[in-house]
Design a protein around this ligand. Structure first.
Ligand code: TYM
Length: 327
């Protein structure tokens, strides 16, 4: 059976990019594959953070994932730091990765650019991500387009290790959706929608009220043309609306463009589609958030299920690289 693993950082409020780029695939994958999903709290330590907010957000992100439809009966949902195997394998992989390849990662360059101090963990971030994936022998990693380069690094590390120390890791493949892989900021449509760098008016959060969603989409930046065509490079604002409408309704954005000649109706239909996709999720979130103890219990069960897979791979890796078994 195919093994799936993916993760999300609890570093800010979740938004439509996370939902259409990743989470929707997580929900469908759980019914077809042996799926592991983690809230990657250790990754959230790589930039400035508030400890109390991190603790709260970690539980909150898990609550949203359940609201979106992850079913703890069929998938394994856990918190990354609850499995110490991740950091241990990460060190072994750090001694396989090179400084040069980590320094060249575009996310490292973007996030370190102009900063007075840069945490060492920001540089080694993608190695920890590779450890998350390789620990579970994941064949398939459902992510948005922005994680493509990190996935390529995970593949390179697995292949390099296997060549150097013998077959140890499964070489993973990224699974990137055809529609919604790159949801853009509604105010600055040449930048991806992001919880850390986005403008508030440009990001639709999963917990935005329907009226707020409608307002943000109505005010989305388009362009000065008057017709509607799907051209992400030349007309990123309009293409983004068509992609959101397509991702919400299951239709092809290019085809949808033929149905519209003006921005007003396109925005109204996009807002209505997003609001109706979010309504059941928001309702389940409210119910689940009222009982944080149950969510914590699900996470504890998840961590204990994850242990089985993680411990076996870690032992294989320790032996392959030459670490002495404890007596
Ligand atoms: P993160 O927390 O930034 O985002 C979680 C998922 O949401 C996707 N995503 C988007 N997709 C489309 N459009 C957008 N605007 C958009 N913004 C975010 C991301 O591609 C991601 O799939 N490094 C990862 C977390 C991670 C991970 C892992 C992922 C850690 N370990 C192991 C997979 C496997 C990250 O920061 O995602």
């Amino acid at each position: 059976m195919t093994r799936v693993l993916s993760g999300v950082q609890p570093s800010g409020d979740l938004h439509l990019g996370n939902y259409f780029g990743a989470f929707r695939n997580w929900v469908s994958d759980q019914h077809q594959h042996d799926s592991y999903y983690c809230v990657v709290d250790l990754h959230a330590l790589t930039l400035d953070h508030d400890p109390a907010a991190l603790r709260k957000r970690t539980l909150d992100v898990a609550t949203w994932l359940l609201a979106i439809g992850l079913d703890p009966e069929v998938c394994t949902l856990f918190v990354q730091s609850h499995r110490p195997e991740h950091t241990e394998l990460s060190w072994l992989l750090e001694c396989t990765a090179t400084f040069g390849e980590l320094r060249r990662m575009t996310q490292f360059k973007d996030k370190s650019d102009g900063q007075e101090t840069v945490r060492a963990g920001l540089l080694t971030y993608p190695v920890l991500m590779a450890a998350d994936i390789l620990l579970y022998d994941a064949d398939r990693v459902p992510v948005g387009d922005d994680q493509r380069q990190h996935l390529e690094l995970a593949r390179n590390l697995a292949q390099r290790w296997n060549t150097r120390y013998g077959e140890t890791f499964v070489v993973p493949e990224a699974a990137i959706p055809t529609v919604g892989a790159r949801v853009m900021d509604l105010q600055e449509p040449t930048r991806k929608m992001s919880k850390s760098t986005g403008t508030d008016a440009g990001v639709v959060y999963l917990n935005d009220e329907p009226a707020v969603i409608a307002r943000k989409i109505k005010r989305a930046v388009t362009d000065t043309a008057t017709d509607v065509t799907y051209d992400p490079a030349a007309r990123p604002g309009v293409a983004n609306l068509l992609s959101l409408l397509g991702a919400s309704t299951g239709a092809d954005p290019r085809r949808l463009a033929e149905d519209y000649s003006q921005y007003g109706p396109l925005k109204a239909d996009t807002a209505a589609a997003v609001i109706s996709a979010m309504a059941p999720v928001q309702e389940r979130y409210r119910t689940l958030a009222a009982d944080p103890g149950s969510v914590e219990k699900i996470l504890a069960q998840g961590a204990s299920r994850a242990r089985e897979a993680a411990a076996a791979t870690l032992l294989r890796a320790r032996r392959a690289v030459g670490l002495l078994d404890p007596a």
